[in-house]
Write a protein that binds this ligand. Structure first.
Ligand code: DGY
Length: 330
C-alpha cells in the first residue's frame, strides 16, 4: 500500500507527529485557530486520514468532500462534533481518546469546585482591585466542602474520579447515572438517587459529567435550576450545551442558585459580551479541563496511534464504529 496522506488539524505534541511521520505523509494546520469548514474540506480532499479536534465539525459535507478518507481520529473523549452515523454509512472509522484524560479532567472539575466554594478567583480580583484594606471576619466568606453533599450527574470514568476526590474531602456523594453502579456505591460510599430533580434538591454542589447528546442538551434548564438549593454551586466541565446558559444567567442573577464554575460554554470561545461574565459569582475557564502537559501529550499520541492503526487495517485502540470497516465500499 502506498504511504497514506493525513491531515492534522492543529499543532500537536511532537511525539505524536513523529509517530505519524514515520508512517504517513503528514500535513499539519499551523495556526492557533482551527481551519474553517471550507479550509478543512480543501485539505481533507486528498487525504486518507484526518486527526481532528473537538473544534472541527465532521459532518456529511466534510465526508463527501473527502472521498478517500478512511479514518478520522478525534483527539478528545467527547465526540459531539462528529456525525458518527454519517461516517459509518461511508465506511469511515472514528477514533477517540478515552481513559488518558480521566484523572486530569477530574482534578480540574475539583479545582473549579474548590475555587467556587472558597471564592478563590473573587479573592484574587478583590486584591488586585486594591480592595484589601484590612482583615475582616466577614470578608469573602465561602462554603465548606467537608460535610456538604456533592451531586454528580453522570457517573462515568470522570464522574467517578470526581466522586473519589470528594470523599477524601469528607463530602457526601450522591449520583444519578443511566446505569446504577452498586460496586462503586459500596466501594466509595456513594448514594444513588434515581431522579435528577431529587439529586439536585439534595446537593450543595452539583458537578456535570454527561456526554452531550440530544437527550442531555439543556439537561439543566430553568426548571432544574429551581430544584437546586439557593446556596448551591453548579460545576460544568462536560459540554456547554448540557446547561441552558440563558437560564443559568437568570438563575445566578436572581439568586436561584449561589454560583457556577464553567469550563465549557454553549458558544466556544465564549464571547466577551456573554452576560454571565458580568456576574461575580461565576468562574469561567476556556475548556482546559484536560490541559496538562502530560495528558495532552498522551491524547495526541493515542490519537496518532488510532489513526495509524485504522489506516493499516489493524484494530484501533478506541473506535466508535468498528462496524464501518465491514461496510466499507473502498
Ligand atoms: C474531551 O476530550 O472531550 C475534552 O472536552 C477535551 O479534552
Amino acid at each position: 500500500m502506498s504511504t497514506p496522506h493525513v491531515f492534522v488539524t492543529r499543532m500537536i505534541a511532537p511525539e505524536a507527529l513523529a509517530l505519524l511521520r514515520a508512517q504517513a505523509d503528514v500535513d499539519v494546520w499551523p495556526h492557533e485557530s482551527p481551519p474553517s469548514a471550507n479550509e478543512l474540506r480543501e485539505r481533507a480532499h486528498t487525504c486518507d486520514g484526518l486527526l481532528t479536534m473537538l473544534t472541527d465539525r465532521v459532518d456529511a459535507g466534510l465526508l463527501d468532500a473527502a472521498p478517500r478518507v478512511r479514518v478520522i481520529s478525534n483527539m478528545a473523549v467527547g465526540y459531539d462534533n462528529i456525525q458518527v452515523p454519517e461516517a459509518t454509512k461511508r465506511g469511515v472509522l472514528i477514533g477517540t481518546t478515552p481513559g488518558v484524560l480521566t484523572k486530569t479532567s477530574a482534578e480540574f472539575a475539583f479545582a473549579l469546585l474548590l475555587a467556587a466554594a472558597r471564592r478563590v478567583v473573587e479573592g484574587d480580583q478583590f486584591l488586585r482591585a486594591g480592595k484589601w484594606q484590612t482583615w475582616h471576619p466577614g470578608m469573602l466568606l465561602g462554603r465548606d466542602l467537608a460535610g456538604a453533599t456533592l451531586g454528580i450527574v453522570g457517573l462515568g470514568a470522570i464522574g467517578l474520579e470526581v466522586a473519589k476526590r470528594a470523599r477524601v474531602f469528607e463530602m457526601h456523594v450522591a449520583y444519578t447515572s443511566r446505569t446504577r453502579k452498586p460496586e462503586e456505591e459500596q466501594r466509595y460510599g456513594l448514594t444513588w438517587i434515581h431522579d435528577l430533580s431529587d439529586l439536585l434538591q439534595a446537593s450543595d454542589f452539583v458537578s456535570l459529567h454527561v456526554a452531550l447528546t440530544e437527550q442531555t442538551r439543556h439537561l439543566i434548564g430553568l426548571k432544574q435550576l429551581h430544584h437546586m438549593k439557593r446556596t448551591a454551586i453548579l460545576v460544568n466541565t462536560a459540554r456547554g450545551s448540557v446547561v441552558d446558559q440563558k437560564a443559568l444567567y437568570g438563575a445566578l442573577r436572581e439568586g436561584v442558585i449561589a454560583g457556577a464554575a464553567l469550563d465549557v460554554a454553549e458558544q466556544e470561545p465564549m464571547p466577551l459580551s456573554e452576560p454571565l461574565l458580568t456576574l461575580p459569582n461565576v468562574i469561567v475557564t476556556p475548556h482546559i479541563a484536560s490541559a496538562s502537559v502530560a495528558t495532552r501529550t498522551r491524547m495526541a499520541v493515542m490519537a496518532a496511534q488510532n489513526l495509524l492503526a485504522g489506516l493499516s487495517g489493524q484494530t484501533m485502540l478506541h473506535c466508535l464504529n468498528p462496524q464501518a470497516f465491514v461496510g466499507r465500499k473502498k
